[in-house]
Design a protein around this ligand. Structure first.
Ligand SMILES: C[S@@+](CC[C@H](N)C(=O)[O-])C[C@H]1O[C@@H](n2cnc3c(N)ncnc32)[C@H](O)[C@@H]1O
Length: 319
């Protein structure tokens, strides 16, 4: 049973665009790899007739919330608690040998951001945890900030947070140990580099928190592993109509992985241009539905500031 200390709300990002690019068919089979609070899933399920939707999330609490929300759709919707880096086996166990559409709405849900106990945000004080899957037994943010050496911390903040003051912050973190809570970490960063930055007054710990979250959850590795599995699951009808993959990313590192993967798989030959004859024999099995990244409208961002950094890419199977 889910015991929540508040009622989470989450406005699905780029919802209309996701539905358009998924082109949901009433009899189709769909997989939401990042169900969260079920906003996108609910809209997909509402368009199904005899079709099926498999809802996956690595966060058991989110999945229970979505299960209750999507209960009115009955057996059209099924659920799996897991990480999409194991998408092929999760789908197989759920009876999905292929899919007409797969959605990945990456990152963190408002359930995770809004709950101080999960330690994702410095807006409220909480334990430095940041695990999306609390049963994973993986490293917590506290273990990383208290146990990694200074150089490893600096590299982490630089690589995953693109934080230019990574060395100075890493030194301050090491000096301030032990750090147990989000506020303690935010304060250590603030002391190292000063207060809010830029015109938008971004908190100086924002990039450090992002870097830790990416590392704690192995987010980039999961995406690297999950994309080819999603690709392989996309069906191809005898009439040539292929399954669709829609991915929404929220920071440049994950969008780069998505962009590179989709570009590669929608390119017929990957040989260097100076080779006169193709030697790689790579076949384009995807086609980009939109050549460029799709971003939320100004009105969506005004109504849902979380959408600000969203970037959607979509492709369909063609061979
Ligand atoms: C942005 S939220 C999704 C929100 C959802 N589309 C909605 O409308 O409510 C992202 C969700 O993806 C989950 N998630 C992130 N990475 C995952 C992964 N590798 N495997 C499974 N779930 C993941 C998170 O736990 C979180 O619940």
């Amino acid at each position: 049973m889910v015991v929540m200390t508040y009622t989470p709300t989450h406005t699905p990002v780029l919802l209309e665009e996701s539905l358009r690019y998924l082109a949901v068919r009433p009899d189709g089979r769909y997989i939401d790899c990042t169900t969260g609070l079920g906003g996108h899933s609910e809209a997909i399920a509402a368009r199904l007739g005899g079709g099926q939707l498999l809802c996956i999330d690595q966060d058991g609490e989110a999945l229970e919330f979505a299960r209750a929300r999507l209960a009115p759709f009955g057996r059209r919707v099924s659920f799996a608690h897991g990480n999409f880096r194991e998408l092929a086996s999760i789908a197989r166990d759920a009876g999905f040998s292929s899919a007409d559409g797969i959605l990945m709405d990456l990152g963190v849900s408002s359930l995770q951001f809004g709950d101080a106990r999960r330690g994702f945000m410095f807006g409220q004080d909480g334990p430095l945890d940041m695990r999306m899957d609390t049963r994973s037994g993986g490293l917590t943010a506290a273990e990383i900030v208290n146990e990694f050496d200074e150089t490893s911390l600096a590299n982490l903040f630089y690589e995953y947070g693109e934080e230019r003051q990574s060395r100075r912050i890493a030194a301050a973190v090491v000096r301030a140990r032990p750090l147990r809570t989000t506020w303690e970490l935010a304060k250590a960063v603030e002391q190292a580099v000063g207060g809010a930055r830029g015109r938008t007054l971004i908190h100086p710990a924002t990039k450090v928190f992002l870097a830790l979250r990416i590392r704690v959850n192995g987010e980039l590795d999961s995406l690297d592993a999950g994309l080819p599995q999603a690709h392989s699951l996309l069906g191809l009808d005898p009439d040539g109509e292929g399954g669709r993959l829609v991915v929404i990313a929220f920071h440049s590192l994950e969008d780069r992985i998505v962009k590179t993967y989709l570009k590669q798989e929608s390119t017929q030959c990957l040989c260097p241009p100076e080779l006169p004859v193709c030697r790689c024999h790579h076949v384009a099995t995807l086609r980009l539905i939109e050549r460029h990244a799709v971003k939320p409208s100004a009105s969506e961002v005004a109504g849902n500031p979380r959408a600000r950094s969203a970037v959607l890419r979509a492709a369909k199977r063609v061979a």
